[in-house]
Design a protein around this ligand. Structure first.
Ligand SMILES: *Cc1c(COP(=O)(O)O)cnc(C)c1O
Length: 410
């Protein structure tokens, strides 16, 4: 590919984008079970307009764009209210990975100040925790200790407490975990952390905008947010079950004293003092305007309704899958994320058969299984998915084949 020597027309370009996207998975019709969190066309139309309204604005420059600093502050306030944070201390970020990165960074700086004897800080996470913790640990030189989970796929409180040592600075639990959708025993883990004078982070990237509404719908949701004593920070992704445009997540802290460790301050250059709370410098204004718009547009009734639809779709999926001989659901998923394996058919053969029918699931290697993050828009495809799954399982080769290329495993 050479740098374009001539211009192309806008029409040509838009047609080419449309043509290129025909190869993408049909996310509008629920064909993909992760990556895209789609509610409905009405919300999408609003997000498109709200994102475009902020398209050229820079979220880094509060003085020039008070609209964005106000909206960011309101998004943080609304999320803090939802998750019972006693203070509005935190940031909007580009996504779950950045929220986690910043929580790890804050923990490291906090430990440097309050536990100066620690030279090799460690954070203990369950095996099911998102790789973003290891990514942050590798950038920030913090050791991430992964501890095996229970058979139920829940974090093992005793095993985690046994790994606490004089270098430990923080413990992590997920609500729920990405692989199997299991809510870790947050209160117990936070108790271990508090008892040892450590920080505790709840990764509610998936559950932050699901669990509060699932609870009002009658699902048995254990305490998982700032109401739990000992929870010191949380991450919650707006661009997942907040159903907003990509590039939006929140990291929150129990108090400003912990949040201040997140800031990067510098002044030894031409322009003097440069203080940013984020990893990024320039920040897309559209991600902020769209997130603010989604929260206002949906409000509690909207999120309750979307959560009800995704929980109902999940219930029907779980019932259908449990009724297919040889398949089994891992653990006891309480909300709308789960994984299933098979005692009979290698799961990659199921993945390949489903891919042939246009469905993209995520594969887990350990334990071998396929994972679904169920959104509101999936409620329309449950029966079609289950009937394809029944046929694929029945016809599948019992000899393990390679994972299909779309899965990126070799
Ligand atoms: C998605 C996810 C992350 C990472 O978020 P990104 O937005 O992909 O950076 C972290 N933790 C959990 C539980 C997640 O589901």
């Amino acid at each position: 590919m050479r740098f374009p020597s001539q211009r192309s027309s806008a029409d040509q370009i838009l047609a080419e984008i449309e043509r290129a996207q025909q190869a993408d998975v049909d996310w509008r019709h629920g064909k993909v079970w992760s990556y895209v969190y789609f509610a409905d066309g009405d919300l999408l139309a609003l997000l498109e307009r709200a994102y475009v309204a902020g398209l050229e604005l820079n979220g880094m420059a509060a003085a020039a764009f008070p609209s964005l600093s106000r909206m960011e502050h309101e998004v943080l306030g609304m999320t803090a209210d939802l998750l019972h944070a006693p203070n509005v201390a935190g940031s909007m970020t580009s996504g779950g990975s950045e929220s986690i990165f910043l929580a790890v960074k804050s923990a490291r700086e906090w430990a440097r100040e309050t536990k100066p004897h620690i030279h090799h800080p460690e954070i203990i996470v369950p095996y099911s925790a998102h790789p973003a913790f290891n990514k942050a640990g590798s950038y920030l030189d913090v050791r991430i200790v992964r501890v095996p989970v229970e058979e139920s796929q829940r974090a093992d409180v005793r095993a985690i407490s046994e790994r606490v040592n004089r270098n430990t600075i923080m413990i992590v639990g997920s609500a729920p975990s990405y692989p199997c959708g299991i809510i870790d025993p947050i209160a117990e883990l936070a108790g271990v952390a508090a008892g040892a004078g450590l920080l505790f982070h709840v990764d509610a990237c998936l559950g932050g905008f699901v669990l509060p509404f699932a609870r009002t719908l009658g699902t048995n949701v254990p305490p998982f947010d700032f109401l739990v004593p000992g929870v010191t920070s949380m991450s919650a992704d707006l661009h997942k079950y907040g159903y907003t445009a990509k590039g939006a997540s929140v990291v929150l802290y129990r108090d400003n004293d912990l949040f201040r460790h997140q800031l990067f301050e510098f002044e030894d250059w031409n322009c003097g003092r440069y203080v940013v709370p984020n990893v990024t410098g320039t920040r897309p204004g559209g991600a902020i305007t769209a997130a603010w718009a989604a929260l206002q547009y949906l409000g509690e009734p909207g999120y309750r309704n979307l959560t009800a639809r995704s929980l109902d779709a999940t219930r029907r999926l779980l019932q259908g899958i449990r009724g297919i001989a040889g398949l089994r659901v891992l653990g006891d998923p309480q909300v709308n994320v789960f994984a299933f394996g098979s005692e009979v058919v290698p799961v990659q053969n199921i993945a390949a058969g489903m891919l042939d029918r246009g469905w993209i699931l995520t594969g887990l290697l350990n334990p071998p299984s396929l994972h679904l993050t169920v959104t509101a828009s999936h409620d329309a495809v449950v029966e079609g998915f289950l009937s394809d799954l029944r046929e694929v399982v029945k016809a599948a080769d019992l000899e393990a084949t390679a994972w299909p290329d779309a899965y990126g495993y070799s």
